[in-house]
Design a protein. Structure first.
Length: 629
């Protein structure tokens, strides 16, 4: 055994004994365990005696001594203070319902226990890897919390958590009122009224006559809202990417916790907040204050992959006490889909919880792409055909840029014979070859970047669309051709194994066709391009689409359908433009005329000439250095 092995084994044994020492039960725990075992043995013996007399064995709770009500009342008084009477009672469920929602409440804490969305479905997969639609519930995790903390100086806990209270429930008109009484007309009240048409509830809280109960100098009442976000979509990996917590300061931009990492966020000191939202990819639960919240701190935490839930969204929302004393603090509680128009109608920038992107990309999606798609959907029933028409419309709008790119490519094609001569003439001097090439570009008025700039100018639109398709609820569970859900990946072929690096256990046909058409389009466009300066680029342009297949294979099929349609239209547009619109003979004549004109010293020509002279100077210095040697 060598030295390293011996040291390693010694450390392992030390760690093992340390683990045993620190995890060993204490003497008190051993005594408690022995008492439990003795009790179990006694119960077992009693059970045998009872069964021998054909009697029913007692339940476990019946074996424990019953605590008198007076003792329980004293315990509650010590824990809940004036709200001790609300510490008793059985849990009951209450329901408010309209055409879109069924909201179930519990009197334990007076909170929402679950929300059933009638017009939407959750997507799961059975053991045979088939998609199955199930009823969709929000806010239904057993771990969820929606509790107010009422600070009280005379309690050891520092106050009362409303989640520990059993509220008295009463139906008042269309509203459901939960009240926890503190005696002598003092109470904490929550009122819910479900709107007749929509996904929102009018919600309010009131502290009536509690001035003498709350701790001195109390300025805010904290609402602790913990919402465990469930898995609703088939493409869970991307659902995680778009699920997080948002809030909107009264005067400021929307703040969010990172959707891709565990992160905390907090409003600035003294900065009031208008709303707080827990969002899934296509649904959200949001509290909107009629006035404003005093402060908000929020966090998002990812849960393990094997869990039935994705993330834990936690918010501490501070409500100003002055606006709750003996009057209602009014809020809107929205629980429903990320429908742009519906959220925009609520106002205060709530539509920004839809992950269309930030900055200019988000603006393009919200105010250009989305209205275009909505307009097309008004007279095209199929979402897939609407995507095709959207692609066609975008291509028409961007055609001037595409034309400039194709025109520049044609000019480069005309110059190709000249470039071939230069390559042959200076094949042993790459530096001189590059200098002469730049000189020819200047002479004929050709911008070698002319075919790149239009493409770069189109990039914001392409990136915006990349964010649009997996965020727009209009594509959710809408099928087209072989894709059953355009907001998720299509599975043309299921694999018996999983390919790593995000590829998955399936083949997306839209993605595969996009790769094939991209390779065809690349080959056609690069036939007349010169890669002698950097031969690696020739192969890289073919490798990149294949590499991106691993990324798009698990992405929204609405996007890959758009990319496929875009390639098909590009190929058609290129063929028509080059063969029927652009006249290469005419381009030749224009370039010859330009060649004869005197060259100005401004713009691209000036920069090109300056670069050419600099290269000539460097080449001359190198040549002089060689001669000295």
């Amino acid at each position: 055994m060598d030295k390293n092995t011996a040291i390693g084994l010694t450390l392992i044994f030390l760690l093992f004994f340390a683990w045993q020492y620190f995890t060993a039960p204490s003497a008190a725990e051993l005594q408690a365990k022995k008492r439990m075992q003795d009790s179990i043995a006694q119960v077992g013996q009693g059970k045998n005696d009872v069964l021998a007399n054909n009697e029913v064995a007692p339940k476990a709770e019946e074996l424990q001594p019953k605590i008198p009500d007076s003792v329980l009342a004293l315990r509650m008084a010590g824990t809940l203070g004036p709200f001790a009477a609300a510490g008793f009672g059985d849990e009951q469920a209450f329901v408010l319902e309209n055409d879109k929602l069924r909201v179930t409440f519990t009197n334990k804490g007076g909170r929402v226990k679950e929300v059933f969305l009638k017009e939407y479905a959750k997507m799961t997969r059975n053991k045979k890897r088939k998609d199955v639609k199930e009823q969709l519930f929000l806010l239904n995790a057993n771990e969820n919390r929606f509790d107010y903390f009422l600070p009280m100086a005379n309690l050891t806990s520092g106050g009362v958590n409303t989640g520990d209270l059993t509220f008295k429930a009463e139906k008042v008109g269309d509203a459901l009122v939960f009240r926890a009484e503190a005696g002598e007309g003092k109470y904490f009240e929550q009122r819910y009224a479900l709107n007749k048409d929509g996904y929102s509830l009018d919600y309010s809280v009131r502290l009536n006559g509690l001035d003498g109960i709350l701790a001195a100098n109390t300025k805010t009442i904290a609402l602790n809202w913990e919402n465990v976000l469930g898995k609703i979509e088939k493409a869970t990996r991307y659902e995680r990417t778009f699920s997080t917590v948002y809030f909107r300061p009264q005067d400021g931009r929307v703040v969010r916790c990172s959707p891709t990492a565990n992160e905390d966020a907090e409003s600035s000191e003294g900065q009031s907040v208008k709303w707080v939202s827990n969002t899934n990819q296509f649904f959200n639960s949001t509290l909107v204050a009629a006035s404003s919240f005093a402060n908000v701190s929020a966090s998002i935490q990812s849960l393990p992959e094997e869990s039935n839930y994705m993330k834990r969204a936690t918010s501490k929302i501070e409500l100003p006490l002055e606006q709750m004393k003996d009057r209602d603090f009014n809020m809107l509680f929205y629980v429903g889909p990320n429908e742009f128009e519906r959220l925009h109608t609520i106002g205060y920038g709530l539509e920004e919880v839809i992950p269309f992107g930030r900055g200019i990309l988000g603006s393009i999606n919200r105010w250009v792409v989305r209205p275009l798609f909505s307009w097309l959907s008004g007279f095209i029933a199929s979402a897939g055909l609407a995507i095709f028409m959207l692609t066609l419309l975008v291509k028409v709008l961007l055609f001037p840029l595409s034309y400039r790119m194709l025109y520049s490519q044609s000019k480069m094609s005309v110059l190709k014979p000249e470039m071939e001569k230069l390559k042959e003439k200076f094949k042993d001097d790459p530096q001189r070859q590059q200098m002469e090439t730049m000189s020819v570009y200047r002479e004929f008025g050709v911008n070698p970047l002319g075919s790149c700039m239009p493409m770069l100018l189109q990039m914001p639109v392409w990136i915006a669309l990349y964010r649009f398709f997996p965020a727009a609820i209009e594509f959710r569970q809408k099928g087209f051709w072989w894709a059953p859900d355009l907001s998720s990946y299509d599975e043309f072929l299921q694999l018996p194994f999983t390919i790593p690096f995000g590829f998955g256990d399936h083949i997306s046909l839209f993605t595969l066709l996009w790769v094939l058409t991209t390779l065809i389009y690349t080959w056609y466009n690069s036939r007349h391009m010169d890669f002698s300066a950097n031969p690696a680029l020739k192969y890289m342009q073919y490798i990149m689409p294949v590499m991106f297949m691993g990324f798009f294979n698990g992405y929204a099929s609405g996007l890959t359908a758009y990319l496929l349609f875009s390639n098909v239209i590009n190929i058609g547009q290129t063929l028509v433009t080059k063969h029927f619109i652009i006249d290469e003979e005419k381009i030749k004549r224009e370039m010859e005329e330009f060649r004869k004109k005197p060259k100005s010293k401004t713009g691209f020509s000036a920069r090109l000439e300056s670069a050419l002279k600099e290269q000539q100077r460097v080449a001359a210095q190198r040549e002089a250095a060689k001669k000295k040697k």
